[in-house]
Design a protein around this ligand. Sequence first.
Ligand code: SAH
Length: 359
Amino acid sequence: MSMTALADLLIRRIAATGPLTLADYMAECLLHPDHGYYATRDPFGAGGDFTTAPEISQMFGELIGLCLAQAWLDQGAPAPFTLAELGPGRGTLMADVLRATRTVPGFHAAARVMLVEASPTLRGIQRRTLGDHPVTWADTVDALPEAPLFLIANEFFDALPIRQFTRHPAGWAETVVGVAGGRLSLGRTPPAPLAVLAHRLGDTMPGEIVEICPAAAPIMGRIGGLITRRGGAALIIDYGGWRSRGDTFQALQDHRPADPLAAPGAADLTAHVDFQALAQAAAPARASAMIEQGALLRRLGIDQRAARLAQSLTGAAQSQHLAAHRRLTDRGEMGSLFKALAIHPPLLPPPPGFDLSDA
Ligand code: SAH
């Protein structure tokens, strides 16, 4: 196996200044300006390393768009408002949202579209996907203006760097990336007490692993603050669960699991999202219950939409469409692995599909 240029750089850096946390390692692998995974390529689709829900079917973005538009109407159609997406990939989800909401009176006229995207390569692809629709790009959520905020984030938080800890009787050993025999290799720091994990001493046993995503809380704090002060809603969809448990750090290359240390910068690195941590960091904005992606899409009407689209298709196009419907909703596929959470203003109900009391 040939060593990537980034592996070479990281090995020299570790030799000089010591092991890296997984968060430092992930940040370099994903976003290094010359060698980072997202900074240098378009990883989506059949020719890429993975496929996301909006790339599987237009129905995903259409239903998410109508959900956001209904939440906007329910809040009195505030104008202007920010229509934002975190980590828009190819721009497919936003394009589907904009197409599906064209006929919602006043929605497009009031929307200021803002895309939070770190990768210059993907910004270029997003520009082409969205044609001449006016959009602005931002590096971080700090640039979101003080205005009502309707936001989507699909498979964004799983790409944020995590730190990983193994429980010991009275402390935590952190997983780090060091060098052994001239190659990158995983190691652990000596165990020590850690204030941010004090609450996990009660629900874990020695030997168990927990992960934290330090970048997520400030992002959710900013979003929750805007939604509390100005109104709006945020829809977060990702794979993960309620409260982190276990080793979920993983690499994907050519649609297959890979060794996360084997080819830094050439494989996608992710970790499961801890939705409880996201919900807590959005306070005082309220969080809905976390629900499965399949259940959310059904509550938003995917079965009816799929049946209608199927009528206008024949042959291979029809079977492909039906397979995409199953892939998004079936429990054995993305339907239950992926979860959804909505953030909304303290005194208002959650957006359509997230209010479990009207099931
Ligand atoms: N939402 C898209 C793509 C998900 S991949 C889809 O569903 O298809 C993750 C996206 O987040 C990519 O666009 C990547 O470039 C972007 N990204 C990753 N880390 C980021 C960061 N720290 N800040 C801004 N964007 C980031």
